[in-house]
Design a protein around this ligand. Structure first.
Ligand code: SN0
Length: 315
C-alpha cells in the first residue's frame, strides 16, 4: 500500500480487516519491519486515541516516532497556491510537507474540516497537499471528510463481536450542540458499504450525508424503525452536509437510552469517542455490557498497525 488516505488506497478491505485481527493476535511479530524508519505524526487538531494508538502501533513495528502539533509548536501553514503571503501564515505547505518528507519515512496527518467552505473541505486540501508535496507515504489520522483508521477499527470490532454472519449495522445521528465533522460518519458508511452487512443510516431531516458515502445504504428518518432487530448501534453526531456545517437540530429524543437499545437484537453500542455522557447517550448504555466502546478504541492500535505494516512492506 502506498498511502492510507482513503478507501481507494486499499486493494482489499476484507484482507486488511483480517490483517488487523492478525496483528492483534501477534502484536510483535513484525518488530523488525520498521527498524530504522521514522514516522512523523502531524496534528492540526486535538487527539487522544489516534495519537497514542498510532505511536503504540509504530513502536510495535519497530519504528521511531516524532509528534508535532501544528499551530502551537510550528509555523502557521498556507495551503492556497499563488497567494502573496503577507498575512499570519509564515510557511507554505509546498516547503513544509517537502521538508517533513526529508525527515520522516511515513507521515501521519490529522486535519479536521474547517467549515469555512464545503468545497475546500471536500477536496481535502490538507491531506492531498501532503500527498502531493511530502514525497513519502501519508496516513490519514482524520481528515476533513474521512477517518479510515477509525473505520478499519470499527470493522475489526464488528467482526469480533458479530453473532450473525450478516449482522444488521445501524449508524445513528445523536444530538450535540457543536458543529462536528462528518468525517467519522462518512468513513464508517464508506467502509461498511464495502461489506455485506445489512446497513441502515438514521438521522433527522437535513442531516443526509454526501451521496458518495451513502451509496445504496438504507436511510430512514425513524430511529425506532432503524433500531428494530439491529446487531450494532453506531452513534455519532455530525453537522449538516446540505446546509454545510450547521446545527439544525439538538433534539434530545435522538439520544441513545436503555429503552431504545431494548428495541434491538441485543445490539452492541459503538462510538468512536470522545463521547459526551448524558448528551448523546445515557450512562446506563455506556456502562452496560453491551457497550463496545473500549474494545473499539483498543482496536485502534491494530487497525493502524495493519495499515502501517502494508505501507512498510512496500517502502
Ligand atoms: C471529532 C469528530 O470528528 O467528531 C473527533 C472524533 C474522533 N470529535 C469531536 O470533535 C468532539 C468534540 C466535542 O466537543 O464533543
Amino acid at each position: 500500500m502506498k498511502h492510507f488516505i482513503n478507501l481507494n488506497d486499499v486493494s482489499d478491505v476484507k484482507e486488511l480487516v483480517l490483517e488487523g485481527l492478525h496483528q492483534k493476535a501477534n502484536p510483535l511479530a513484525n518488530q523488525n519491519l520498521g527498524k530504522n524508519k521514522t514516522i512523523g505524526l502531524i496534528f492540526f487538531n486535538s487527539s487522544l486515541r489516534t495519537r497514542i494508538s498510532t505511536q503504540k502501533a509504530a513502536i510495535n513495528l519497530g519504528m521511531d516516532v516524532i509528534v508535532m502539533n501544528v499551530g502551537s509548536d510550528s509555523w502557521q501553514l498556507e495551503f492556497e497556491d499563488g497567494v502573496i503571503m503577507d498575512q499570519g501564515k509564515a510557511e507554505h505547505i509546498k516547503e513544509a510537507a517537502a521538508v517533513l518528507g526529508q525527515y520522516c519515512d511515513i507521515i501521519g496527518v490529522r486535519a479536521f474540516a474547517e467549515f469555512k467552505s464545503q468545497e475546500d473541505d471536500y477536496r481535502e486540501i490538507v491531506l492531498e497537499s501532503f500527498r502531493k508535496y511530502a514525497g513519502v507515504p501519508i496516513v490519514n489520522l482524520e481528515s476533513a471528510t474521512r477517518h479510515p483508521c477509525q473505520s478499519l477499527a470499527d470493522l475489526i470490532t464488528i467482526e469480533e463481536l458479530k453473532t450473525r454472519t450478516r449482522p444488521k449495522v445501524v449508524l445513528t445521528w445523536v444530538p450535540h450542540f457543536k458543529a462536528l465533522p462528518q468525517a467519522v460518519a462518512n468513513s464508517f458508511a464508506e467502509w461498511v458499504n464495502e461489506t455485506d452487512y445489512d446497513f441502515v443510516i438514521t438521522h433527522p431531516e437535513g442531516y443526509d450525508l454526501a451521496p458518495q458515502f451513502v451509496k445504496n445504504a438504507k436511510v430512514t428518518y425513524s430511529q425506532e424503525e432503524a433500531f428494530a432487530d439491529a446487531d450494532f448501534i453506531y452513534a455519532k453526531n455530525w453537522s449538516s452536509y446540505s446546509q454545510y456545517g450547521q446545527v439544525l437540530s439538538q433534539d434530545p429524543d435522538w439520544r441513545i437510552t436503555p429503552e431504545k437499545m431494548a428495541l434491538t437484537h441485543n445490539a452492541n453500542f459503538m462510538h468512536c469517542l470522545p463521547v459526551r455522557r448524558g448528551l448523546k447517550v445515557a450512562d446506563e448504555v455506556l456502562d452496560s455490557p453491551q457497550s463496545a466502546v473500549i474494545q473499539q478504541a483498543g482496536n485502534r492500535v491494530w487497525s493502524v498497525q495493519a495499515a502501517l505494516k502494508k505501507i512498510l512492506e512496500e517502502l
